[in-house]
Design a protein around this ligand. Structure first.
Ligand code: 13P
Ligand code: SF4
Length: 360
């Protein structure tokens, strides 16, 4: 639907009034009406770097979800404030790993005698205190663009106890962890165990923990978790020459049936490079798929699901919320500031920096 012209004019005027004092970041899953006012768009990795590269902007308006705004706050300077236009824009996956639950899991690893051979790696899609936990315990952050190199780095760490093998605790997305371990690092499904924070001892015995190479947190993305192997099989059977392109947050049986798998930036680059007339079924958030279809009318682009599936929390950031945030900044009211406490920030930065230092 076309955006309200009055709101468009107000957003434009507020941005003009703020000039270089404001920098607006837009994640690829944002609505078109919001992307229209983004100074840069990107996946969560690119946006974290883009935020860090704008020291002159007093205000970073983050059109994305809470954990992304926290990461931007951690990576930007003390004179900069990060604004999330709607504080209810969270992420159900990030909410699946709370610090107290992760500390309980760590205690169980210690009880099994292996905590000092486990490197915790958290997906960007996690709260700042989980990133800080990883920083404090020798671990790192990763995104869907660099999960492979992050896991290679983690497995290359020497275990503190000689003779032990290095294990990874992967938080909070079991699918990204499993898909990366199996498809990129050549591990077997038996090398992976799943820690369920809602069961006593994670539902695992000390022996299972000791035998595992990667301990996957039982979290998932409610959007990408909906894509199914059945729909992939149906499309293969009915759509000639279809190419299946999916995000690694999809379930393992979907990813193993796909032709290509990668982050949102990878998905965009793949479609841009695809020949005219080619046919693609894409398994990622619907705002992005619809934008790609509109931008590439010479290619046949369909959504990999029978139903509509937007990320409802990403969609909370809409033009009215963006206008409200920008107009308040013009009036000198800095609303919806996301500010991570200094100790959490210090350790989360250690984990984020380990990621930024990984080979490209
Ligand atoms: P990226 O491809 O940006 O890592 O993210 C996927 C996602 O679900 C963001 O919330
Ligand atoms: Fe979280 Fe999934 Fe939405 Fe990304 S798409 S913000 S992982 S719920």
């Amino acid at each position: 639907a076309a955006s309200d012209p009055d709101l468009v004019a107000r957003a434009r005027a507020a941005k003009e009034a703020l000039g270089d004092r404001v920098f607006v970041l837009g994640h690829h899953y944002q609505r078109d009406e919001v992307i229209a006012f983004a100074d840069v768009t990107g996946d969560s990795f690119k946006l974290a770097r883009d935020a860090a590269a704008r020291p002159e902007a007093e205000y970073i308006v983050f059109c994305g979800v809470h954990f992304m705004a926290e990461s931007a706050d951690i990576l930007t300077g003390p004179g900069q404030q990060v604004v999330l236009p709607d504080l209810a824009a969270g992420c159900s996956m990030a909410d699946m790993a709370r610090l107290s639950q992760v500390e309980d899991a760590w205690d169980a690893l210690a009880a099994a005698g292996i905590a000092d051979s486990v490197v915790p790696v958290t997906y960007m899609n996690s709260s700042a205190d989980i990133k800080a936990f990883c920083g404090r315990n020798g671990g790192a952050v990763c995104t869907s663009s660099n999960a492979k190199v992050a896991l290679e780095w983690a497995f290359a760490q020497e275990p503190a106890t000689p003779g032990e093998h290095t294990r990874v605790l992967f938080l909070p997305d079991q699918h990204l962890g499993r898909n990366t371990a199996v498809l990129d690092l050549g591990m077997s499904l038996d090398d992976c165990v799943v820690w369920d924070p809602h069961r006593p001892d994670g539902g695992l015995t000390a022996e299972q923990l000791r035998d595992a190479r990667i301990i996957l947190w039982k979290g998932h993305c409610s959007v990408h978790g909906r894509f199914s192997a059945d729909v992939v099989d149906e499309l293969r059977a009915t759509v000639p020459d279809v190419n299946i392109l999916v995000h690694p947050e999809c379930r393992h049986e979907v990813v193993t049936r796909a032709d290509l798998v990668g982050s949102t930036e990878f998905i965009i680059r793949t479609i841009e490079a695809a020949p005219a007339g080619s046919t693609w079924a894409i398994g990622t958030e619907l705002n992005l798929v619809q934008r790609l279809a509109a931008a590439h009318p010479d290619k046949n682009i369909v959504f990999l699901d029978r139903t509509v599936c937007y990320c409802s929390t990403m969609n909370r950031i809409d033009l009215p919320h963006l206008v409200w945030a920008l107009e308040n900044l013009v009036a000198g009211n800095v609303v919806n500031v996301i500010e991570v406490d200094p100790d959490t920030e210090r350790w989360a930065k250690v984990a984020l920096q380990r990621m930024l230092d990984l080979p490209a």
